[in-house]
Design a protein around this ligand. Structure first.
Ligand code: S3P
Length: 432
C-alpha cells in the first residue's frame, strides 16, 4: 500500500545500472584474472547472470555492492546442466551471443515471463553466422539450445531497434573471422560497445552501423580490470518523475549514469515544462558519464513521443504514461509496439492499471493516448503483471495525491531495484 507524500524531496544515490552490471559480469567471466566491480547491482537479474557464468567456469564473490569475478581466461567450459536466466532478457540474449562462439552445446531456460518473449530475433542472426540454435519453447521462445563454434562474420539488419539483439550479434562476432556489422533501424543503448572499447576491442560506429573485427574461433583475449558501475538512470527515473510532477518538490540524485541513449526521458520531461539539470562528476571506468541530476517540481503539460526517440526511453515509457496522467492535456505514445514483448505487455499493463485508477486512456497497437489531469479513484488495487517497472511506475503516481494505492505481487521489483521501497520512504512516501 503506497500513500502520498506531502512533498517529494531528498537526496538519493540509486543502485547500479542493470544493463551495465550484467554485461560486465559476462565480459569479466570471459577475461583472464580477477575483475573488481564496484557499484554492481545486486538484483535478481544480475544474480541470474552471475550464477550462469559460474556454470561456465567463472567464479564470483559478493561483498556489499562490490563483486569480484574470476574469469575463465577466454574459454568457457561446457556446463553440467542448463543455465537458468530467471527473468533476465539481457542475460539470455547476450549470453546466447557468447555461447554461439563456444564449441559445445548449452541450454538456457527462464521463468514464465522470459519463456514467453521472442527469441527468433537472436536465432536468425546466430543461424546466419553458423551456430546451431534451437528454440525449444512454443512459438519461438525459450528454452534456447545453442551449439556454437565455426562462426562466420555477417552484416546484419535487425527488424527491430534492440540493444539486446545488437549486442548478441556483436558478441558472437568476436568469435568469427572478419568484420561483423549490425545496422540498426534506430540507435539503441551502446553499453556493449563502450565496454568492449574499454577492454581494448575496437567497436566502430558509423551512423546506424556498428562493427567489430572478430578474433576467430579462439575468441578475444580479454584482461580482467576494475570497473565502477554508475547508478541506473532507469531507477533514477522514478524519482525524477515523482519530483518533476508538482510544485514544491525538489530532489537530488547522485552518481547517476548519463548515457545519451538512455536519458531521453529528461528531454521529454523538459519539453513538458520540467525543471531538470545535470552536472557531470566523472567519466566512469573511461566509458560512461555519471553525475548529479537535480529536479524542481512544477506543473507539466502532456506531449507526444515516437520515432527514434522511443529506444532511448523504452524502459521509461510506463513511467512517462503515469506522468501523462498527472500532466495537463493529452499524452500520446506511438511507435512503441516493442512494449508488448517486454517483461509484460506493457501497453496492456499500463492501460489496465490507469483505467482502474479512473484515468481516460485509449490503447493503440503501438502505444496509447492518455488524457491528463484526472482525479484518481481511491481504494484501487494495481496489478504488477509480474513486471518490475509497473509497480514502481504506479507508486510514483500514488505519491502524487488521491488515496492510497494497493499494489499486488510486488516481489518483481527485486529484478532491478531491491531497495526501491526504502528509497520511496526516503523521499517522503509512505509504504505499508
Ligand atoms: C536492454 C535493452 C532493452 C531494454 C532492456 C535492457 C539491454 O531491451 O528494454 O531493459 O540491457 O540491452 P531490447 O533490446 O529488447 O530493446
Amino acid at each position: 500500500m503506497v500513500s502520498p507524500a506531502g512533498r517529494v524531496a531528498g537526496v538519493l544515490t540509486v543502485p547500479g545500472d542493470k544493463s551495465i552490471s550484467q554485461r560486465i559480469a559476462m565480459l569479466a567471466a570471459l577475461a583472464e584474472g580477477v575483475s573488481e566491480v564496484s557499484g554492481f547491482l545486486r538484483s535478481s537479474d544480475c544474480l541470474s547472470v552471475l550464477k550462469g557464468v559460474t556454470q561456465l567456469g567463472a567464479s564470483y564473490a559478493l561483498r556489499g555492492e562490490t563483486v569480484s569475478i574470476t574469469g575463465t581466461g577466454g574459454r568457457f567450459r561446457a556446463p553440467a546442466g542448463s543455465l537458468d536466466m530467471g527473468n533476465s532478457g539481457t542475460g539470455l540474449r547476450l549470453l546466447a551471443g557468447l555461447l554461439a562462439g563456444q564449441p559445445f552445446t548449452c541450454e538456457m531456460v527462464g521463468d514464465a515471463s522470459l519463456s514467453s518473449r521472442p527469441m527468433k530475433r537472436i536465432q536468425e542472426p546466430l543461424l546466419q553466422m553458423g551456430a546451431k540454435v534451437e528454440l525449444l519453447g512454443p512459438k519461438g521462445c525459450a528454452p534456447v539450445r545453442i551449439t556454437g563454434g565455426n562462426l562466420k562474420a555477417i552484416d546484419y539488419k535487425p527488424a527491430v531497434a534492440s540493444a539486446q539483439v545488437k549486442s548478441c550479434v556483436l558478441l558472437a562476432g568476436l568469435y568469427a573471422e572478419g568484420v561483423t556489422s549490425v545496422t540498426e533501424v534506430a540507435p539503441t543503448r551502446d553499453h556493449t560497445e563502450r565496454l568492449l572499447n574499454a577492454m581494448g576491442v575496437p567497436v566502430e560506429t558509423t551512423g546506424l552501423r556498428v562493427s567489430v573485427r572478430g578474433f576467430g574461433a579462439a575468441g578475444p583475449r580479454l584482461q580482467a580490470r576494475s570497473w565502477r558501475v554508475p547508478g541506473d538512470f532507469s531507477s533514477a527515473a522514478f524519482w525524477i518523475v515523482a519530483a518533476a510532477l508538482a510544485p514544491g518538490n525538489s530532489i537530488e540524485l547522485r552518481d547517476v549514469g548519463w548515457n545519451p541513449r538512455r536519458n531521453a526521458l529528461v528531454r521529454v520531461l523538459q519539453r513538458m515544462g520540467a525543471k531538470i539539470d545535470f552536472v557531470a562528476s566523472a567519466d566512469v571506468s573511461a566509458c560512461e558519464t555519471m553525475g548529479t541530476i537535480r529536479v524542481e517540481g512544477c506543473a507539466l503539460q502532456g506531449t507526444e513521443v515516437g520515432g527514434a526517440e522511443i529506444p532511448d526511453l523504452i524502459d521509461e515509457l510506463p513511467l512517462l504514461a503515469v506522468a501523462g496522467a498527472r500532466a495537463k492535456g493529452r499524452m500520446v505514445i506511438r511507435d512503441a509496439a516493442e512494449l508488448r514483448v517486454k517483461e509484460s505487455d506493457r501497453i496492456r499493463s499500463v492501460v489496465d492499471n490507469l483505467g482502474r485508477l479512473g484515468v481516460a486512456v485509449e490503447e493503440r497497437p503501438d502505444g496509447m493516448v492518455i488524457e491528463g489531469g484526472a482525479r484518481l479513484k481511491s481504494g484501487v488495487v494495481v496489478d504488477s503483471y509480474g513486471d518490475h517497472r509497473i509497480p514502481m511506475a504506479f507508486s510514483v503516481l500514488a505519491l502524487q495525491g488521491g488515496g492510497a494505492v494497493e499494489m499486488r505481487d510486488v516481489a518483481c521489483v527485486n529484478k532491478s531495484y531491491p531497495s526501491f521501497w526504502d528509497d520511496l520512504k526516503r523521499v517522503g512516501g509512505h509504504v505499508a
